[in-house]
Ligand binder design. Structure first.
Ligand code: ADP
Length: 198
């Protein structure tokens, strides 16, 4: 797969503002990946493709969800959730991406999930903290992302859940499971650090 071809094709799928967002997500993901010693090229591919289906019509997204046997419960939650799991299927079928970690990073970039890989955390966070994002609490997540991806993901998940509850919106259950799992993970990290310092 050719990087320039991927960039040009993705640009055509997006509005100019969303394309700029995608480029900032890619820069942020590459930077985070280098810091935690994850392959930056794989982070860049996942970042470029993460919003590929963001502007696809509802009927097309629904058709992919059904044909690819994606979780049917998606259809009873916010439509904004659909582009991510469909994006992973499109990346596999139209871009021949076979790397399951890249596909999962695209698939779970909006909801998160329990036991996220390092690459999944990077794409989830890069989407949340890229420099164009301005919402309450984003600076704290930016700070945490510089030192601890797990704490940053936990904070971002907490913020998202609170945001949705405050607006009277449903929370996709996987996001709640992701948050509980990350809380356990952060506690385990803290315990390990304490044991190592004794
Ligand atoms: N975990 C979730 N559960 C339910 N709805 C969600 C969840 N995450 C995001 N959403 C909904 O999708 C919308 C867009 O999500 P977001 O990731 O902020 O997209 P964007 O990249 O367009 O900013 C949110 O405003 C919210 O209404």
């Amino acid at each position: 797969m050719n990087r320039d071809e991927l960039l040009q094709a993705t640009k055509k799928q997006l509005t100019p503002a969303r394309w700029e967002h995608t480029l900032r997500v890619a820069d942020t993901a590459v930077r985070l990946a280098k810091r935690v010693k994850i392959d930056p090229d794989r982070a860049e591919i996942a970042a470029i493709l993460h919003d590929y289906c963001k502007f696809w019509p509802d009927n097309e997204l629904i058709s992919w969800i059904k044909t690819c046997h994606l979780p049917p419960d998606l259809l009873s939650y916010n439509k904004e959730l659909w582009h991510a799991p469909v994006g992973a299927e499109v990346a596999r079928k139209e871009w021949d991406i076979e790397d399951e970690d890249i596909l999962n990073a695209i698939r779970y970039h909006t909801t998160g999930r329990p036991r996220m890989s390092e690459l999944e955390k990077i794409i989830f966070l890069a989407d949340y903290i890229e420099p164009g994002r301005r919402f309450p609490g984003v600076d704290r997540v930016r700070e945490l992302a510089e030192s601890d991806l797990d704490q940053a993901v936990l904070q971002a998940l907490n913020n998202t859940i609170i945001f949705l509850i405050e607006r009277g919106q449903k929370v996709y259950p996987l996001t709640l499971l992701a948050r509980n799992d990350m809380l356990d993970q952060v506690k385990r990290n803290e315990m390990r650090l304490r044991e190592e310092s004794i």
